[in-house]
Design a protein around this ligand. Structure first.
Ligand SMILES: [Zn+2]
Ligand SMILES: [Zn+2]
Length: 245
């Protein structure tokens, strides 16, 4: 009917050829055919395509693969099932660790490193009645008792069992460090995270990452790395007692 699907394909074409945004592309099309209106799902894909800088081939682009994975998760969730083992995307097997991770999450009991901050999923603490409404999404609001994160390879033995939910053990000391629920999980801040794969704050120590391969901290490490505040008492919240590595 020339409204949604064809408009989407045309938008993608214009974006790719003219390096323009989805909005600009749609505005162009609407000059000729005002009723064009990509549906919500297609529009999200156009935005994704734009965020990937409109490559000609998308198959190998991590952001696209991630989108496929999320769609898969969504499908199995709609069927009330856990995703098939081979469909689970263990993020650390795909995304190379960047030196810029701000902090690490370690097992409080044995210090085994369980994740770095780059694998954390941000969510939106619900403004509650006493709202000190900060409209920012954050991985670790003071009102959150969980860190939500992507599936990581150490979780394989558990996640590949095909269960809908369960517990996560530290691979080294077997301490209970978190839980997961493919159908989603509600954080103590009120927000739902789907799928919910979480580490419990009380069982985890948050430790500042050391810049890669440097003895002298803080000087000239790559781009985008925030220099540590000169001393304690910065923006850190909760999680007491993390010492040096
Ligand atoms: Zn441990
Ligand atoms: Zn939360």
């Amino acid at each position: 009917m020339g409204k949604s699907r064809s408009a989407t394909v045309t938008c993608a074409y214009l974006m790719q050829h003219h390096c323009i945004t989805p909005d600009e592309a749609l505005a162009q099309i609407r000059q000729a055919r005002p009723l064009c209106e990509p549906n919500e799902g297609f529009w999200k894909q156009l935005e994704l395509y734009h965020s990937m800088a409109t490559p000609k081939e998308v198959d190998e682009i991590p952001a696209y693969q991630r989108w496929l994975y999320q769609r898969e998760i969504e499908l199995s969730r709609a069927c009330g099932q856990a995703p098939e083992a081979e469909k689970i995307r263990f993020e650390d097997e795909h995304v190379r660790e960047q030196g810029g991770a701000e902090f690490e999450l370690r097992c409080r009991k044995c210090r085994r490193r369980l994740a770095t901050s780059q694998y954390l999923i941000t969510h939106q603490p619900r403004p509650n009645t006493t709202a000190i409404a900060t409209p920012t999404t954050t991985p670790t609001s003071p009102s959150c008792s969980h860190y939500f994160l992507d599936p990581l390879s150490w979780m394989k033995p558990e996640l590949e069992q095909g269960k809908l939910d369960g517990r996560l053990e530290c691979p080294k000391c077997k301490a209970n460090v978190g839980k997961y629920a493919w159908q989603g999980m509600q954080c103590s801040c009120g927000d739902w995270v789907v799928p919910g794969i979480s580490l419990a704050k009380g069982r985890i120590d948050e430790v500042k990452s050391r810049p890669l391969g440097s003895g002298t901290a803080g000087v000239g490490v790559g781009m985008g790395i925030r220099l540590p505040p000169s001393n304690e008492g910065g923006r850190r919240t909760g999680v007491g007692g993390q010492g040096n590595l």
